[in-house]
Write a new protein. Structure first.
Length: 365
């Protein structure tokens, strides 16, 4: 059957992304691409080295160059491949429900275009000025407000099942304040930055801390997309309009370039022009290490889910969940604690993240 963009999404403000073929998987170690029948899905999703291409964008900076619904390249692509819907354009947001219970609760409050995913769960499409991404408590779902995508209606899940409309309704507009009240019970507490006695002479406002952080990230050579993702942990940044974020990034980029010219190397800029907050201030209570503080910080930067059935931990990466979360957490703990990192503390943080991200991962999306 010919795949078509739903009429509700045929809006010139919305944008779409090209995804791979539904039955193709890529081995992340060897680069091998192979087509598998649906009956192999359950086994493949347990293999951390295999990534389903049918749910993954493959173009660089796809968030910024999405296709309009009537673009010839998009229409030709979806004849044989999947596509995704990008959150953010035209104030389009998607509530991604990862449990049936959460989907039921959302549908009580929101009557809108709803897609049943290949795993039997729900995507609720809404329009709102509220533009902050959220990973909800206990892994029940996410609000994909900007720079994230969901697989579109008519596409095929790697298990062979279709994404299909179950509520063929107009996309509902929800004022930001109203949406915030609806999702409030599922929000995780924000991380608050703390000041140290040694930093009293520095600008300890939220803007000052954000400025030092973004300079350090740019100086490390991180791509813009990753810089923006890292900055989401700061409350002011994540709630600021896109114009503020773009302007701050532009100014910081110019500053870094100028400093590199003056000091001759990025390493000097990273260590002399910027400061990381003392991990003892952020992740300790006096002499005692508090795993929850660091675990929360990591979960603000990475979407992580833990299977209730297998206890495996998955991290969201480039459109798919990979069974590599423990490796990511270990790297983050080492990076954030530095010399204070230890195997014992790594295990404690992994345990805390695992306890807070349990959910029924039968199938993703």
């Amino acid at each position: 059957m010919k795949m078509e963009i739903p009429k509700q999404l045929q809006d010139p403000e919305f944008r779409f992304v090209l995804l791979g073929k539904w039955n193709q998987w890529k081995n992340t170690k060897t680069g091998e691409v192979t087509a598998f029948l649906p009956e192999f899905y359950d086994g493949l999703k347990k293999e951390k080295d295999w990534m389903p291409l049918g749910k993954a964008p493959f173009e660089n900076e796809w968030q910024k160059k999405g296709y309009e619904y009537n673009d010839a390249k998009l229409l030709n692509h979806i004849k044989t491949n999947n596509y995704g819907v990008i959150g953010g354009y035209g104030n389009l947001r998607i509530i991604d429900c990862d449990t049936k219970e959460f989907a039921d609760e959302m549908e009580k409050d929101i009557n809108t275009l709803t897609i049943k995913t290949g795993s039997g769960l729900k995507h609720l499409y809404i329009r709102t000025d509220y533009d902050k991404n959220h990973v909800f408590k206990e892994g029940v779902g996410e609000l994909r407000a900007k720079n994230y995508q969901v697989v579109g209606d008519g596409s095929t899940h790697p298990n062979g099942k279709k994404y299909e409309i179950v509520k063929d309704l107009p996309i509902k507009y929800i004022p930001a304040d109203e949406l915030k009240e609806i999702i409030k019970p599922y929000l995780r507490p924000e991380i608050k930055a703390t000041a140290t006695a040694a930093n009293k002479q520095r600008d300890e406002t939220r803007s000052g801390k954000e400025w030092r952080k973004i300079i350090k990230l740019i100086a490390k050579g991180l791509p813009k997309e990753q810089v923006f993702k890292e900055m989401e942990v700061y409350a002011k940044w994540s709630s600021a309009p896109e114009q503020y974020q773009e302007l701050t990034y532009k100014k910081a980029l110019e500053y870094v370039k100028q400093q590199k010219i003056e000091c001759g190397c990025a390493e000097n800029l990273t260590t002399e022009s910027t400061d990381e907050e003392d991990p003892k201030e952020k992740y300790f209570d006096g002499p005692k290490f508090i795993p929850m503080y660091l675990a929360n910080n990591i979960r603000e930067n990475h979407i992580i889910k833990t299977s209730k059935q297998s206890k495996d931990m998955f991290v969201y990466d480039n459109g798919v969940y990979k069974n590599q979360a423990e490796v990511v957490i270990e790297q983050e703990v080492a990076k954030r604690l530095g010399k204070l990192s230890s195997n014992h503390r790594i295990k404690k943080v992994i345990g805390d993240v695992k306890s807070r991200t349990n959910c029924d991962i039968r199938e993703q999306e």
